[in-house]
Design a protein around this ligand. Sequence first.
Ligand SMILES: Nc1ncnc2c1ncn2[C@@H]1O[C@H](COP(=O)(O)OP(=O)(O)O)[C@@H](O)[C@H]1O
Ligand SMILES: [Mg+2]
Length: 404
Amino acid sequence: MKENNSITVILDIKNQDVWEEIKNAISSVEGFHVCDKALRVQNPGTYDLLVMEIGDEPQKDIQFANTLKTSGIARDIFFTSSNTNPDILIEALRLGAKEFFIQPLKKEEVKKALLKIKGQKEGKKGEGDSVKKGKIINVFGSKGGVGTTTVAVNLAISLLELEGSPSVAIVDLKPVFGEVPVNLNIEPAFSWLEITKNISRLDPTYLMSILYRHSSGIYVLPSPTELTDLAISPQPLATLLKFMQTMFDFIVIDSGQSLDQISQAITTISDKIFLVCVLNLPCIINLKKLLDTLKKLGCPDDEHIGIIANRFHRNSDISLKEAEESLKKKISWSIPNAYKISMSATNQGKPVCTIAQGTEIGKKFKELAHTFSLNNNGKMHGGTLKKTEKGIFPLSSFFGQRKV
Ligand SMILES: Nc1ncnc2c1ncn2[C@@H]1O[C@H](COP(=O)(O)OP(=O)(O)O)[C@@H](O)[C@H]1O
Ligand SMILES: [Mg+2]
């Protein structure tokens, strides 16, 4: 069982004998915990140490390890391989791998390396994490057509206005035919499918070559525009989002309204989940079910989940108070029904907030974005993100002049 403060280790080793040997070596040193999860299959967590075997495709394995390290999924890396090609060794060490064990393994060598990691961790206690960790804001619809995409897009653009000019990306999570590009009136050439198919290639340059930069300043990662035969697994998408957290201050996700395997995995790594509804009976019923399901999925408390009543008008059949009583939860935000402005925005191919400055709906999106502004302690209102130093990448080289 995992003890508090133990050093968590994840193994990515294909050869069963090598796997056993490594596991035995780890068990012989106190203070380590080997996680049972298979890294390439399930939704990744974060681990102190990754032990990866370099197999027949060394480049691919080393790149994948690089992605995991950069995204903060694995802090330190040990490699092992039966391949003694010096080029591989150099490449692995360039990545900052702490050790490279040539097979056959020497147990004492592994133990010594583990003790070194333990010593380093103890020395670093209390230092905190210096990797940038942007906030994932997941916008989820309680029904189709309630305004999920509208909220996601306008929140993303409004976040750009916050102090410090944060970097913002929006991800359309629909498996196919997402609606974010339509709302922004853009036709991007690529989608997240290109990245998830090549997750071992992921690095900042590759990611930036796939993202579409909208004129507002947000970066868009659309969903696939064609049906694909590929079964889409949640793991590469979760890895991609964690990687994006090291590059952006905010990642807004349009999750649509399906609670499939992918969106279930993404809810578990979201910092904030907004459930969008309109005040009518079918929507409130769905919302109740959704709240129960999220609870079962292990999504924590009230602070983590916010309800947004969209297309709100004071004389609706169901009042805010009645909805709250039925849901046994406060409705955090109401966005007014603004039919004319919305129609005009749609016809101009522009997001509502860019043409509705000064109107009630424009102000509401601004206020919503402001709940994510930093207070003096570096804590977010309604959240727990710790603002750390700027990212490990020279972001300016990617972003250039962002605001237009
Ligand atoms: N607050 C609002 N007031 C008026 N119309 C709105 C509002 N929010 C969204 N709409 C309109 O409702 C329609 C559906 O919105 P959309 O964001 O695509 O919904 P969903 O993503 O939930 O399917 C769009 O035509 C949009 O312009
Ligand atoms: Mg939508």
